[in-house]
Design a protein around this ligand. Structure first.
Ligand code: PLP
Ligand code: ZN
Length: 419
């Protein structure tokens, strides 16, 4: 049973059939999937969802694709972790981490790609493609490999090795473009008119973007069918940030949860902060930036959903913050040292911004907060390699070890002095 009904222009409301198109012919506004929520309401229940698979396919009734075309390598239904030690460090009573580092290609992008590739196969596309800041390339290459489809991924030429190899290993045609992500995106938009490929974030973007709602669904279900007081999530194009909120609202619309009152706050790197800068200036119209940040996964200078992200902050009484490169590294370390979760730079941005929002009093201590950790740390080892302690190097002798340990601690530490 499919409940996706049409594509609808987010600006003028005109509707279009469910085709691989992404912008309105009349006003050039972005298209979004419209659903038959009455149908979904009748088809779903808390119990039926809870009895579903331990992947995002437990929400199949909400996804704009036929699950018979799915490529299931285990994406989604990731842990929601109670983070008491980090809560204490930043000054909150209750904090949860949505740990999306554990997806099949180690970022939340597996969610959007799961939906995009299912829909692309339903459309009859034989090749997948994308413009990527790195994680999307990994996810598209992995899912295409599992589907046995041709794959073309386009990335900027300044990416971390973990993300380059993390795509190449699945053997796509990997194209490194001389320029920034915004250049890559412009090139791919042109290519999408000439090649018969499903560019996940261009011609099938309306379907792709819907995959991020599953993060909102999961958090609501994992909290016991309710939403938190506050969310902090990273923003690149702003899509993820807006779809978490959409997921909360839809769960309410179909009767699964009470009306969400969550305040939604976004996190950006200071070196690429068009949305957070506009928020601070009190405007809904951001000014594009040229990215200069170690958070490459968030380095989109001209964010497609920036306006909607800003509007959502206004509507939910949320806000935004930005983190310098130094603060990003501190954020990665704080998260790892307090909670045992090793995040990539986007996670550092989220933790650093969470800390600032609490410190300034914008998030009150008693607001139950969920922070979204969207990518794994081994992808961006470069960011922290000089910021971690060097190992103790010792010959294989107990006395040498004891001497090295004492030297590191700055005081004698012996086997007898210890325990
Ligand atoms: C892509 C990405 C995001 C956010 O992307 P949006 O374009 O805002 O949806 C966040 N974190 C990581 C790790 C990403 O790769
Ligand atoms: Zn329109």
């Amino acid at each position: 049973m499919a409940f996706e009904r049409a594509l609808r222009c987010r600006e003028c409301g005109r509707e279009y059939p469910l085709n691989p198109i992404y912008s309105c012919e009349f006003c050039f506004g972005p298209l979004e999937v419209a659903y038959d929520y009455d149908g979904i309401r009748q088809a779903v229940s808390r119990d039926a969802i809870a009895a579903g698979p331990s992947t995002l396919w437990r929400y199949a009734h909400f996804l704009p694709c036929d699950p018979q075309f799915k490529v299931d390598i285990g994406t989604g239904y990731t842990p929601l972790i109670r983070a008491d030690r980090l809560a204490k460090a930043v000054g909150l009573d209750t904090l949860w981490l949505k740990n999306d580092t554990v997806n099949p290609s180690w970022s939340f992008k597996d969610r959007v790609v799961s939906v995009a590739i299912a829909r692309a196969r339903e459309f009859g596309f034989e090749a997948m493609a994308c413009a990527s800041t790195g994680n999307l390339a990994n996810a598209v290459a992995a899912h295409s490999a599992a589907a046995g489809m041709d794959c073309y991924v386009f990335i900027p030429n300044d990416l971390e090795q973990g993300k380059v190899v993390g795509s190449a290993i699945y053997r796509p045609t990997l194209v490194m473009v001389e320029g920034s992500y915004d250049d890559v995106n412009r090139l791919c938009t042109e290519l999408s008119m000439e090649y018969p490929w499903a560019f996940v974030n261009i011609n099938v973007r309306p379907y792709y973007a819907e995959g991020s709602r599953t993060l909102g669904f999961e958090v609501a279900e994992q909290l016991g069918w309710r939403t938190p007081d506050h969310v902090v999530a990273p923003m690149a194009s702003g899509s993820l940030f807006t779809k978490i909120w959409k997921g909360f609202q839809e769960f309410h619309k179909v009767g699964l949860i009470d009306e969400p009152r969550t305040r939604m706050s976004g996190a950006q790197a200071a070196g690429c902060s068009p949305i957070a800068t506009a928020y601070e200036a009190g405007t809904l119209n951001f000014i594009p930036q040229k990215p200069r940040t170690i958070a490459r996964s968030l380095a989109i200078g001209n964010p497609a959903d920036g306006y909607y992200a800003l509007k959502q902050m206004q509507e939910t009484h949320g806000g935004a913050a930005m983190a310098t490169d130094e603060e990003i590294v501190e954020g990665i370390k704080l998260l790892a040292e307090t909670e045992g979760v090793f995040a990539e730079t986007a996670g550092g941005v989220t933790v650093a911004c969470l800390r600032k929002l609490v410190e300034s009093g914008f998030i009150r201590r008693d607001e139950e907060t969920v922070a979204f950790i969207t990518g794994a740390g081994l992808k961006t080892v470069e960011a922290v390699v000089d910021a971690v302690d060097q190992p103790l190097r010792v010959p294989a002798r107990t006395d040498e070890f004891a001497a090295a340990l004492s030297a590191r601690r700055g005081a004698p530490v012996g086997a007898s002095a210890g325990a």
